[in-house]
Design a protein around this ligand. Structure first.
Ligand SMILES: *Cc1c(COP(=O)(O)O)cnc(C)c1O
Length: 388
């Protein structure tokens, strides 16, 4: 089959992701050097903390080297013991589970809702055992989980709630920012997310009782943060911990990105809306299913995906798009069917929606700057789906 790129005789390459620079990142990195501090927790880190705390309405934000690191801090903060169980979806990135497995805890995988692809809150209660300690929810594609129901279940059973909000910056649930609802939350600033610093993340703390220990865990188990605030006259080893804080170079880059976070989100939303209008007739004729965003959830256009008929249709689509020079990708291999997921975790029951979604889902390019080539992406996809 001749691809569109062949017929046009132009080597067209549109990557799945292209990291966007807002403009001031490198100036701020130079400024960090001028400030005379390149290690962590300097002026740019404080600026990022303040932005996150004010804009998201969280008690305390702490930058980390990744969302993975923030989830690991959360697992330490919960004092999980070997054999403790954490309820979570199987349709998620490995770090959601791995952070808890590192503490000896057991991920218990629950199926997702077929509409939002988030954890099915109606299945959580039956997965609770005497060992359950926490629920870790994942806001897939920046669309909120049913947090009112989930927080009520956690309160009834004395469980902690962690939000894996890696994809959820500036999304909201009934007017509340994602990351501000659970006891703890984790953000990612990986280059594939909306707001980036290459690698990067943040731990968000909504239970004030956890703040002091979080600062210690992040600073290699020392009370260094207290020392710099003048609250103790020398600092020493007081708890377990690791080096979870990023350098000022990363924080400087991130500060520039956060200043433009609203603009980035608006531009992504415009691209998302354009995809959504384009895909409507294809949904009506049964070719695919589009993302579903409940009315009470404001999303951040982290991702545009299509659910195709089956694995075969999805494989054909990705290969045919690649032949025209356009990068599209599938998403998670469900954790309950992965080698480590089977060794360290267990499924709470059959997970039919997780399995079906994993086979059918394809993500389309969505990045700031795609606007010029966006029509081309949709035309190529339309052509392939029309022939399929
Ligand atoms: C990206 C992502 C992570 C990991 O983020 P890092 O910053 O790369 O560690 C974790 N969970 C989810 C749901 C993600 O999308």
């Amino acid at each position: 089959m001749a691809s569109i790129a062949d017929t046009a005789n132009i080597p067209m390459t549109i990557p799945f992701n292209r990291p966007y620079l807002v403009g001031r990142e490198l100036d701020y990195i130079a400024q960090a050097h001028t400030n005379g501090q390149l290690s962590g927790d300097g002026a740019f880190t404080r600026r990022c903390h303040t932005w996150l705390e004010q804009r998201l309405g969280v008690c305390k934000a702490l930058l980390t080297q990744s969302c993975t690191a923030a989830l690991e801090m959360a697992a330490i903060l919960l004092d999980l013991q070997p054999g403790d169980e954490v309820i979570m979806p199987s349709f998620t990135f490995v770090s959601t589970a791995n952070a808890f497995v590192l503490r000896g805890a057991v991920p218990v995988f629950v199926d997702i809702r077929p509409d939002t692809l988030n954890i099915d809150e109606t299945l959580i209660e039956q997965a609770i055992t005497p060992h359950t300690r926490a629920i870790c929810v994942v806001h897939y594609a920046g669309v909120a989980c049913e947090m009112d129901t989930i927080m009520a279940i956690a309160a009834r059973h004395g469980l902690k709630v962690i939000e894996d909000a890696a994809q959820g910056i500036l999304s909201s649930y009934k007017g509340r920012a994602l990351g501000s609802i659970g006891d703890l939350a984790a953000l990612s600033f990986h280059e594939t997310k909306n707001v980036i610093s290459g690698e990067g993340g943040a731990l968000l703390i909504n239970d004030p009782a956890l703040i002091e220990r979080a600062e210690v865990i992040r600073e290699k188990g020392t009370n260094r943060s207290k020392f710099f605030r003048g609250q103790v006259d020398k600092y020493t080893w007081v708890d377990i911990g690791s080096s979870y804080l990023p350098s000022e170079l990363i924080a400087a880059f991130l500060a520039a990105q956060l200043e433009e976070a609203e603009g980035i989100t608006a531009r992504r939303l415009a691209i998302w809306d354009h995809y959504h209008r384009w895909a409507a007739p294809l949904e009506r004729n049964g070719t695919l299913r589009r993302p579903i965003v409940p009315d009470h959830c404001m999303h951040n256009a982290h991702m545009y995906f299509l659910l195709l008929r089956d694995l075969e249709a999805r494989t054909h689509f990705i290969e045919a798009m690649m032949a025209t020079g356009i990068g599209t990708v599938f998403h998670y291999i469900p954790l309950h069917s992965s080698p480590a997921g089977q060794r360290y975790g267990r499924a709470a029951g059959p997970l039919p929606h997780t399995d079906a979604t994993s086979d059918r889902l394809v993500r389309l390019p969505l990045w700031v700057g795609l606007e010029d080539q966006h029509d081309h992406v949709m035309q190529a996809a339309q052509h392939i789906l029309g022939l399929a």
